[in-house]
Design a protein around this ligand. Structure first.
Ligand code: CA
Length: 153
């Protein structure tokens, strides 16, 4: 019984392989907008009572026009004792720096397009603390970054 099920499955897999190959061999190729996409997700919650900083960095090579799409959730309380926490996102490439900073408690989506190619370093930094006297969890952020590069404009 198992063999009867296996044989058609193998035949289907072979056929699927043929179809996929035939598809890519098409001589008339349509050049479409195919961006190269990089994702980076970063998040942190400050459970410390005294202020603390947190950061992540990563390198990225970008080729043509790049659009960075950001989905950002930030939560920062007004501390009686310390400076208010903050979130900072920076892209650094040679003498070029783009950065965004906020200390709001909000959800925001935005994008930024830049005509720079080369090796970038992306810095995600934040500082914050937790107020032990309230029921609210500590300062926090969640950042979803999506880089789409190679866009024809
Ligand atoms: Ca708290």
């Amino acid at each position: 019984m198992n063999q009867l099920k296996t044989i058609p499955l193998i035949a289907m897999l072979m056929l699927a392989g043929c179809l996929a190959t035939a598809d890519t061999d098409t001589s008339k190729r349509v050049v479409e907008y195919e961006p190269v996409v990089y994702y980076n997700n970063s998040s942190y919650q400050f459970d410390n009572v005294a202020p603390m900083s947190y950061g992540e960095s990563f390198d990225l090579t970008l080729n043509e026009t790049t659009t960075l799409y950001v989905e950002l959730y930030t939560r920062f309380h007004d501390s009686l004792v310390w400076d208010k926490g903050m979130f900072n996102l920076s892209l650094v490439h040679d003498n070029y720096t783009w950065s965004f900073e906020t200390n709001e408690t909000t959800i925001q989506e935005f994008n930024h397009t830049f005509n720079q190619s080369g090796n970038f370093t992306v810095h995600v930094r934040a500082s914050g603390s937790d107020d032990p006297a309230d029921d609210i969890p500590g300062d926090a952020y969640i950042a979803y970054l999506r880089f789409e590069t190679g866009k024809q404009e």
